[in-house]
Design a protein around this ligand. Structure first.
Ligand SMILES: [Zn+2]
Length: 222
């Protein structure tokens, strides 16, 4: 806890004064660029990875970056999605899975969940495609644990992209062409982000080498 309190002291004495104009502007309201749905994992830091200031990302985080279907009563995820669409009118939704995800490991090694009934029942929202995949894995002995984990985590992102479309406010915005859904995979160790390419049916680098180069040039000029 002391580390958090020390951090608050640094925030109040150094960080806040440097950005006081931003915080004062934000005090009156927010206009975030995107709804960012990702895992609660402490190693996933969307603001750092996307270099986003406060006010940019409307976040929704939970174990395994899951999106329960809209018929769940009093779902915090559903409420966050509805608010993002109907009030904030965000133009993009990112669902971001990540490497070494404990929730996805729990799906692969169900004995890990024996003492955690709440987590087990929450992970039911990973859905039929991930269940199918884990069953398939039990026969695929040649595949390493890490390979299985990677594929399962990717499948979960794709499943959640589908679940998201079941929410009425998202469906409505999609029909009007007002929102885009992006599936990302973040690799903690190397800092790379991949995106789901629905045409190719696979995950590819978020930006090509050319796009990375061009953006770095632009940043240098700016
Ligand atoms: Zn995770």
């Amino acid at each position: 806890m002391q580390q958090l309190l020390d951090g608050y002291v640094r925030f109040r004495s150094n960080i806040y004064p440097q950005h006081s104009n931003l915080f004062e502007r934000l005090a009156g309201g927010q206009q975030p660029q995107a709804l960012f749905i990702t895992c609660a994992d402490s190693r996933v830091h969307p603001e750092m990875v996307t270099q986003s200031e406060p006010g940019t990302l409307f976040s929704c985080r939970n174990a395994g970056n899951l999106i329960p279907p809209p018929n769940e009563k009093a779902s915090g995820v559903a409420a966050t999605i509805e608010y993002a669409m109907r009030v904030l009118k965000v133009a993009d939704i990112v669902i971001c899975g990540h490497s070494d995800c404990g929730a996805m490991k729990g799906l692969l090694e169900s004995e890990l969940l024996e003492s955690m009934p709440e987590v087990r029942s929450w992970l039911e929202h990973a859905g039929p495609s991930t269940k199918w995949l884990t069953r398939l894995f039990s026969d695929a002995m040649s595949m390493s644990f890490d390979q299985k984990l990677r594929l399962l985590t990717e499948a979960n992102v794709i499943t959640q992209m589908q679940n998201l479309k079941m929410h009425p406010a998202v469906d409505e915005a999609l029909r009007k062409g007002d929102v885009r859904i992006h599936g990302w995979m973040y690799d903690i160790g190397c800092g790379h982000v991949q995106r789901f390419d629905s045409d190719m049916g696979c995950f590819r680098p978020l930006l090509s080498d050319d796009e990375m180069g061009a953006n770095v040039q632009e940043l240098k000029i700016a």
